[in-house]
Ligand binder design. Structure first.
Ligand SMILES: NC(=O)C1=CN([C@@H]2O[C@H](COP(=O)(O)OP(=O)(O)OC[C@H]3O[C@@H](n4cnc5c(N)ncnc54)[C@H](O)[C@@H]3O)[C@@H](O)[C@H]2O)C=CC1
Ligand SMILES: NCC(=O)COP(=O)(O)O
Length: 339
């Protein structure tokens, strides 16, 4: 089993989604999958009903975070958080948003208090949270906000990475409409994101000299300006600044030819100009073993690379692989000597 100094704090995620299922299935397979100790923050009655629904006979222990590590090998530790929740898989239930957000916030506080080694988030239904007044596009931005509010050296710039054994990618703009990408893409944003990525690859992931590849924005990386100018006016100047800072950067490269196996061997992490440009190849190549990890934060946060998959919730058919990988990665990042 991978060891952690303190257990990992796992958020409830969207109760109608597969988050509860993959967490339960991971605990059941904790030994076979070599998982670190963790506890789940949410409604204990809800999770025990979900376990029964998918045919799992799990001993639970309702505990405080500091008691979780001691019982993890025998019982699944639950820390009561938020309101009572009905178990209605696949159905959007009103009024759960407050509890979903409370669970994220409580897990972050646990890390701040030294009771948890990191936060592993379960998928949320973003639209449902927006409907309840949540003003952040996703966890990544919300966790950046919490870091700014709670830690001592703001501002933090959260960077989304999808990391798998065969491909690591970072989208430079994240949760914004495609039409807004050219406007949002600036030389400073590229330099900041690539610098944080290179730094975390070195200090958290153990790459001694990380090689970054930057995608172009336009087809054929602009074809010398015939298909767009952003490569020349924004991306190339950013690359020159990064190189002047000693960062190994290639690009701007045509995104359509960057992800075949031979091309992938030439870099350690690909930075795309927008979400789908790099998340499509990452999830196509490594859907089950990739992890969403937030760089640039003063604490460790990982997550499975997928969403709530409503149609699988409560069926026992959701694969827990990416969630288990997120637990292992959080353990390794919180203590690179853990494995
Ligand atoms: N970190 C997070 O909180 C994330 C949340 N989401 C949210 O999830 C919701 C649904 O998004 P979708 O784009 O449909 O993505 P999704 O990842 O939930 O589903 C995409 C496809 O993959 C399948 N799938 C996903 N996880 C699986 C698993 N563990 N085992 C087997 N099959 C699995 C689903 O059944 C579906 O066919 C949205 O509300 C979105 O906001 C999406 C991505 C990340
Ligand atoms: N497609 C990945 C994704 O949307 C995850 O977002 P976040 O909630 O981790 O910020």
């Amino acid at each position: 089993m991978v060891s952690v100094a303190k257990p990992l704090a796992v958020t409830s995620g969207e109760p109608a989604g597969i988050g509860p299922d993959i967490m339960l299935l991971s605990w059941i397979a904790r030994k076979a999958r070599s998982l670190p100790a963790f506890y789940w923050r949410g409604d204990p009655d809800f999770i025990s009903r979900r376990a029964k629904r998918i045919g799992l006979d799990i001993p639970f222990a309702v505990v405080e975070p500091e008691e979780a590590a001691a019982c993890f090998s025998k019982c699944l530790p639950l820390v009561k958080t938020g309101d009572a929740i009905d178990d209605r898989p696949g159905e959007e239930i009103e009024d759960t948003a407050k509890s979903v957000i409370a669970s994220i916030e409580a897990c972050v506080h646990d890390v701040l208090k030294g009771q948890a080694s990191g936060v592993v988030t379960n998928p949320i239904n973003k639209a449902a949270l927006y409907g309840a007044g949540f003003t952040f596009p996703g966890h990544t931005e919300y966790l950046g906000h919490l870091a700014d509010k709670l830690w001592t050296e703001p501002p933090y710039h959260p960077v989304m990475m999808i990391a798998g054994p065969d491909l690591m990618v970072v989208p430079i703009t994240i949760h914004i409409a495609l039409k807004d990408v050219p406007e949002a893409l600036t030389e400073d944003l590229i330099v900041k994101t690539a610098t944080i990525t290179a730094n975390d690859l070195k200090h958290r992931f153990g790459f001694s000299a990380p090689r970054i590849a930057l995608c172009g924005l336009n087809p054929h990386a602009g074809e010398n300006g015939a298909m767009g100018l952003e490569e020349q006016t924004i991306i190339m100047p950013a690359i020159e600044r990064l190189r002047a800072d000693g960062i190994d950067v290639a690009g701007p490269l045509p995104a359509d030819t960057m992800f075949h196996p031979e091309a992938r061997r030439t870099y350690d992490c690909a930075l795309g100009m927008y979400h789908d440009q790099v998340l499509v190849p990452a999830k196509t190549i490594g859907f089950d073993d990739s992890v969403n990890v937030t760089l640039g934060l003063p604490f460790i946060r990982t997550s499975p690379d997928h969403g709530t998959a409503y149609s699988l919730a409560g069926t026992g058919k959701a694969r827990p692989d990416s969630f288990s990988a997120a637990l292992r990665m959080a353990a390794v990042l919180s203590d690179p000597g853990a494995i």
